[in-house]
Design a protein around this ligand. Structure first.
Ligand code: PLP
Length: 280
């Protein structure tokens, strides 16, 4: 069994820039849920694990640096189901640390060229994968399916303190799709260029039958795109570590926290606003 720490802690971020604006920020530390499976990855997997156990095998997709593939491999190892990771692009040896970790947890890796990868949910490609690997529970890239959305929604019940706005980084938007079932507005900060609005609505439709909740995406903080970084972002991360002793994940949470401070600086939040920012 995976020994997860739930509910994850909520800690206030003490920062003079927030104090000056009269804004309170509470960090929901989902990164502390499990050392190998960060919180939202666990929440997405929770209701997929029984399906994977009964199928015997879980097959999923990801890029070469995917946190999702790592988390799936760890879950398979702990819960005793086989895992197959379909990786975008060619194999590069030696494996990078993410993929090496996944293999160390028993994941079987297979590779699709970029064009085939784009068509990964087509019947043709799925048939081929079934011919090669037999039966499996299929989990979309990034872990986004209705079971995952339901798992993410459970985070809301862990927020005991009152707050006004919930803030999260958006990769696939699965986490956001679940969090919007709460009573407070949710703001998602996309970490990639693509517009994800339609994908998130589609996820909500499959999970809940309709678009739900008061939510919006705050665009303009992708820093060049998915897994892209700039000197400005790096400087923000360094400054944040020296102020708060917390190294923000640069693919996701650093962009979200940058957006938060930038919006505070621009006066986007009125005095007295309490924001819960999700750290995965
Ligand atoms: C996967 C991940 C996210 C994004 O989650 P989505 O549900 O795909 O939007 C955010 N932060 C971290 C650290 C992650 O690993």
């Amino acid at each position: 069994m995976l020994n997860v720490r739930l509910p994850s802690p909520v800690v206030e971020l003490h920062d003079e820039r927030l104090t000056a604006a009269g804004v309170r920020v509470l960090l929901k530390r989902d990164d502390l849920v499990h050392p190998e499976v960060p919180g939202n990855k666990w929440r997405k997997l929770k209701y997929n694990v029984p399906l994977a156990v009964s199928a015997g095998t879980l097959l999923t997709f990801g890029g070469a640096y995917s946190n999702h593939l790592r988390a799936v491999a760890a879950a398979g190892h702990h819960y005793g189901f086989n895992t197959i990771g379909v990786v975008r692009g060619e194999e590069h040896l030696p494996l990078n640390p993410s993929l090496a970790y996944a293999v160390s947890r028993g994941m079987h890796l297979t590779y699709l060229d970029r064009a085939t990868y784009r068509a990964k949910t087509s019947p043709l490609v799925l048939d081929r994968l079934h011919q090669e690997f037999g039966d499996f529970h299929l989990l979309p890239e990034g872990g986004g399916n209705p079971a995952a959305v339901r798992g993410c929604a459970e985070l809301l019940a862990e927020l005991a303190e009152p707050y006004d706005i919930l803030l999260c980084a958006v990769g696939t938007g699965t986490t956001l799709a679940g969090l919007t079932t709460g009573s407070q507005p949710t703001i998602g900060v996309p970490v990639l260029k693509a517009s994800l609005e339609d994908d998130i609505v589609a996820l909500q439709q499959t999970a809940f039958g309709e678009r739900v909740g008061d939510w919006r995406l705050l665009a303009g903080y992708h820093f060049g795109g998915y897994a892209k970084r700039t000197p400005v972002l790096d400087a923000f991360i360094d400054d944040f570590v020296s102020r708060h002793g917390l190294a923000l994940d640069w693919v996701y949470e650093a962009k979200m926290m940058y957006a938060l401070f930038d919006q505070v600086r621009q006066g986007a939040f009125s005095t007295g606003t309490t924001i819960v920012a999700l750290i995965n």
